[in-house]
Design a binder for this molecule. Structure first.
Ligand code: FCB
Length: 450
């Protein structure tokens, strides 16, 4: 049964990807390796040692991909820039072929009536900069700002929406504290430094942007977390607030409160390498906030676990293929909390939402036509879009929604074993086969049911 989410007429529908996950062309036209190329080579870090050297080959197939998105009715494409394609080895010298690729992509989007939404950093740091310490070094924030400046100068006439950084929480926690993502570091001291330097990079980029006179909106994308407490016990509430301080506050408080959360500075005693004026830079006004949402946690107090936080039992039995619980109601809570936190006026975009499913490519024996019946993903999307509509009705300034992802791609440590696309990618042939969910989104975007 189709029920149309009651979304405003000007609600922006987009699809999202990231450079390392889709582009491929790993050593073509001057691109040099990034930390994910290196990480994938370490035995046991990434499923079957998969890497992004070919991925969905979008570097060569962007025209086909843009045409497919436009035909489905998407109004915007969120992509990211491969740093080492534009600045090989993370140096100062601009690679004209790298710039040309992104100019071509944006032009193609415009030719098909779509908006270009450019993420400046979605995790693929040039290997050379990691060798110098990566995000544990303050200089990396200036290096990324230099990349941003190059992009503003060379793509400023074509980009309709800028996102400074994707998911600072994953960059820092997964990359520097837990060692689960590239660069695979497990070191609390370097982790704390990385948090401040990623925050600083965001602020420096926004400051740099305001000097250019460009008018397209600029913001940042966070995967915010607003877990629910298991009970009304104040101790459970405290466990939740600890978690929020660690996962959301570390990155939101510097922008919106000009400080780090008190739990982290006063209770945990973390010392950040903050220099005079840093918070003024980080808290530059932004034009929108991007929110990535997949699932909601349930937490309770623990006397023994780190930070007194422990996962509690839960009632939602549905899980997506990657093992994440399906919790659409959590999106509504998160949006309302974020709206309260930011004062209720700052526009939001969902910059990622979607599901990984156990997709099966099937062939109609009579016609030879290929299809993927991904009913679970359709339900996921539908339920989350309804929550977006409810949030808007309750006053949340939500302006648009980007599906993660346009096409199946390199899912980081899971390699190609997890599929998040609306479009199936046959990695053997690079054939694109829209899944049923792509047609579901087409119908939503076409206004079916209005
Ligand atoms: C997010 C990442 C994105 C993708 C999805 C599934 O954390 O930003 O690149 O991997 O998860």
């Amino acid at each position: 049964m189709f029920t149309r989410p009651d979304l405003p007429k000007d609600f922006l529908f987009g699809a999202a990807t990231a450079s390392y996950q889709v582009e491929g062309a790993g050593s073509e036209d001057g691109r040099t390796p990034c930390i994910w190329d290196d990480f994938a080579k370490i035995p046991g870090k990434v499923y079957m040692g998969h890497d992004g050297s070919v991925a969905a080959d979008q570097y060569h197939r962007y025209k086909e991909d843009v045409a497919l998105m436009a035909d489905l009715g998407f109004q915007a494409y969120r992509f990211s820039v491969s740093w080492s394609r534009v600045l090989p080895n993370g140096g100062d010298k601009v690679n004209p072929k790298g710039i040309q690729y992104y100019r071509n992509l944006c032009t193609e989007l415009h030719n098909r009536g779509m908006k270009a939404c450019c993420t400046i950093y979605h995790w693929d740091m040039p290997s050379e900069l990691q060798a110098k310490g990566g995000w544990a070094e303050r200089d990396t924030a200036y290096r990324l700002t230099y990349l941003a400046k190059v992009l503003f100068e060379n793509l400023g006439d074509l980009v309709d929406m800028w996102i400074t950084i994707n998911e600072a929480m994953c960059i820092t926690f997964l990359g520097y504290q837990m060692g689960m993502h590239a660069p695979g570091i497990k070191d609390n001291d370097r982790f704390i430094k990385s948090v401040h330097h990623v925050n600083l990079a965001h602020g420096l980029i926004v400051s740099e942007y305001r000097k250019t006179g460009l008018k397209a909106p600029i913001g940042i994308t966070h995967n915010l977390e607003f877990p629910r407490p298991a009970t009304k016990d104040p101790k459970d509430a405290k466990a939740v607030s600890n978690h929020i301080a660690l996962r959301s506050g570390l990155f939101m408080a510097p922008i919106f409160r000009k400080r780090y959360p008190e739990y982290v500075t006063d209770e945990l005693g973390w010392g950040f390498p903050v220099q005079d004026g840093d918070f003024d830079i980080i808290s530059q006004p932004i034009d929108f906030l991007g929110i990535n949402y997949y699932s909601e946690h349930v937490l309770r107090w623990s006397d023994t676990q780190p930070n007194n936080i422990e996962a509690a039992e839960r009632w939602e039995e549905r899980m997506s293929g990657i093992g994440w619980r399906i919790t659409p109601h959590g999106l509504l809570r998160l949006l309302k909390w974020t709206s309260d936190y930011t004062g209720g006026k700052l526009p939001f975009y969902i910059t990622e939402n979607g599901a990984c499913c156990d997709d099966r490519l099937e062939t109609d024996t009579k016609t030879g036509k290929q299809f993927v019946h991904d009913e679970q993903r359709i339900r996921y999307l539908s339920e989350h879009l309804h929550m977006c509509a409810q949030a808007i009705n309750q006053g949340v300034p939500l302006k648009g929604y980007f599906c993660w992802s346009f096409i199946d791609n390199y899912e980081w440590t899971y390699g190609y074993s997890m599929r998040f696309g609306l479009v199936y990618c046959d990695y053997e042939t690079q054939k694109r086969i829209p899944k049923d969910s792509a047609y579901f989104m087409r119908d939503v975007m076409a206004g079916y049911g209005d």
